[in-house]
Design a protein around this ligand. Structure first.
Ligand SMILES: [Zn+2]
Ligand SMILES: [Zn+2]
Length: 316
């Protein structure tokens, strides 16, 4: 393990850790802010949808609805911050916050202060929907204590087509900033904008503390559908096992990378398909690590256009 920029340790590989896979909804709103369902109904909704964990993230309100037998509820919130000026409004998820936030009377605090306040109060800070917010990567990539971003936000995709912030993530990673990437619903109208994205967390147990620890350590992957079953990283390659995929990609910097594509004329760029299903879709692929690649992360694309995103496998 190496520590980079004093933020956290990399590499991390949740597929090599003991524990449980927990399906987590980490961004959702209730009537305590601008969501449609009362907290109790949102809990029932996500329980029914098959999730294991729900973080309720009302704007400037910490909604502490009790957990049920099936669904672990983690009181959280979503806070505004300026990055760096008033017209650059950043939204920050404070997952597992211990205290109630207080809406400032004047302008919002700078991103660094909001992130530090979240961490000081037991929360795990992640920057929400950077593409939707129109933030440039340099406006947040040096923020101390910020753990990552939402690589995917389904609500932002449904609303404006700006749900995919992977380009911003790659810019940060390529410049040596080791951020993690969540996939979330950001549900306001459950049934219409819920159950679309999940963050699969590898936690030691199904408790608030264990889930927050895994979110701090990057032991998770995001998905709108595909399942990543295993990732093995060695000096020369990355072997990925997954649910049937149209393509498996290793992102590792400009000009570099590798991709396995399914299909009769599947284009094998620095890759080898190890297993296919009966429809010819990829269930295992070897992706060759480019020499001197600044980072590596894996994306799985299925035939419906849904994706899964691993966290960075190495950086620097
Ligand atoms: Zn937001
Ligand atoms: Zn939100």
């Amino acid at each position: 393990m190496v520590t980079i920029l004093g933020r956290y340790a990399l590499p991390v590989n949740p597929f090599q850790e003991d524990g449980l896979w927990l399906r987590c909804a980490l961004h959702a709103h209730t009537t305590n802010s601008d969501g449609e369902l009362a907290p109790e109904l949102l809990v029932r909704h996500y329980e029914w949808a098959g999730y294991d964990v729900l973080a309720i993230t009302d704007h400037w309100a910490r909604t502490a609805e009790p957990s049920t037998k099936k669904l672990l509820v983690i009181p959280s919130t979503e806070l505004n911050a300026i990055a760096p000026t008033q017209e650059h409004d950043a939204h920050v998820l404070a997952l597992g916050l211990d205290v109630d936030p207080v809406l400032p009377e004047g302008s919002f605090a700078p991103l660094e202060e909001v992130v530090a306040w979240i961490a000081d109060n037991g929360g795990v800070p992640y920057l929400a929907h950077t593409y939707w917010s129109g933030l440039r990567t340099e406006q947040w990539w040096d923020c101390p204590g910020l753990l990552g971003i939402e690589v995917w936000n389904s609500g932002c995709e449904l609303e404006l087509g700006r749900g995919d912030s992977s380009l911003h993530w790659d810019e940060a990673l390529e410049h040596g900033r080791p951020f993690f990437g969540l996939a979330t619903d950001d549900s306001h109208h459950p049934g219409y904008d819920s159950g679309l994205a999940s963050t699969w967390v590898r936690a030691k147990e199904k408790t608030r503390e264990a889930v927050l620890e895994a979110l701090r350590d990057g032991l998770f992957y995001g998905s709108t559908g595909p399942e990543i079953r295993d990732i093995e990283v060695s000096d020369g390659d990355v072997v990925v096992r997954c649910s049937p995929a149209e393509a498996v990609t290793l992102y590792s910097g400009r000009w570099r990378g590798a991709r396995a594509n399914a299909g009769r004329l599947g284009y094998p760029n620095h890759s080898e398909i190890l297993e296919r299903n009966n429809d010819g879709l990829i269930t295992a692929a070897r992706l060759f690590r480019p020499y001197d690649a600044p980072y590596g992360r894996v994306e799985v694309l299925d035939k419906n256009g849904d994706k899964a995103w691993s966290n960075p496998l190495w950086i620097g």
